[in-house]
Design a protein around this ligand. Sequence first.
Ligand SMILES: Cc1ncc(COP(=O)(O)O)c(C=O)c1O
Length: 386
Amino acid sequence: MERVYLDHNATTPLDPRVFEAMVPALRDGFGNPSSQHWFGQQARAALDEARGQVAALIGATPAEIVFTASGTEADNIALRGVAGLAREPRRKIVISAVEHHAVLNTARALAGEGWPVETVRVTARGLVDLDDLRAKVDERTALVCLMLANNETGVVQPIAEAVRLAREQGALVHADGVQAAGKIAVDVRALDVDLLALSAHKLYGPKGVGALYVRRGTKLQAWVRGGAQERNRRAGTENVAGVVGFGRAASLAREELAAEGARLGSLRDLLEERLLAIPGALPNGEGPRVPNTTNVSFDGVEAEGLLMALDLMGVAVSTGAACAAGAVEPSHVLRAMGLTAERVQASLRFSLGRGTTEAHLERAAEAVSACIQRQRSASLAGGRRA
Ligand SMILES: Cc1ncc(COP(=O)(O)O)c(C=O)c1O
């Protein structure tokens, strides 16, 4: 059975061209980039080249890129780095309610350690509520965290407006760009953000590599302590092969962004049209979105069961639910948008990618439709028996 993978927001397959770029770094380029001899210098050169490639994807300079072990770590370093140097009266951290857990749980931990933290509401469409943001960002705010694109709905946040509000109050801005980079154009100068998180495995690079853009002159407290790697911002010997893969992936993403974005956008619209034709289907998240994502709820349907049934039919999708300690916690993103608990639990995310074809989407739409019909007739029969 040929499987259809529609979960690219969870992770993307390694692009074969990225794999090819990583092989020499894994096989021969074993030197420690901090070593002074030839082996070390070879590794350093590979690291520097990748730094330039990642910087180019987001319009930064190479010196502004700090390699990390993940997007999660980049988010942690951003929040902890700013919070650690924040002094009274400017210590407040403002985040949106739909941030990834990497930001959400770091902010929660900081709140537990005594930092003032405020969470900004989002609208029913999934966009940050700018009035609420305006009310919560003040002269006591050290940092505003707002993601560029949401992982569950694909909604692109009004970052320019948020940055303007933050600047008026003298606050720094951290943007989680993990789901935006490689899908839409991201330019840190145009965005005017101070910090921006990236992750390689969301753009056909390897897992376990991320980056934090740190605008020149931005002061951060080191979070991971040790050696002087990454300009003292993230200690630890760099994952050279991973970083080389990230660099190649960033170059490919940059070269293919326009054409691939247009291709995915029309494929996504096609899928969405088919899904929304199913009775009781409603879209979750409206407004500007990244081109590869659609999130749909199906009235009366139990999405976890639907996901499992689709998996058996060879179609991989996702619910926004997080699995914590064996318990399934419904999507905080959809809940923050004001969806009822029933609707949240009836929602599925479909995220397309480089390998997705129209034939895959035809198959997925038919499978969804068939599974829903089956679930609905089973619950009708169950209802009659009860
Ligand atoms: C918006 C967002 N931020 C951060 C992350 C974390 O990235 P990583 O998987 O590299 O830790 C993810 C991953 O799902 C994400 O979607």
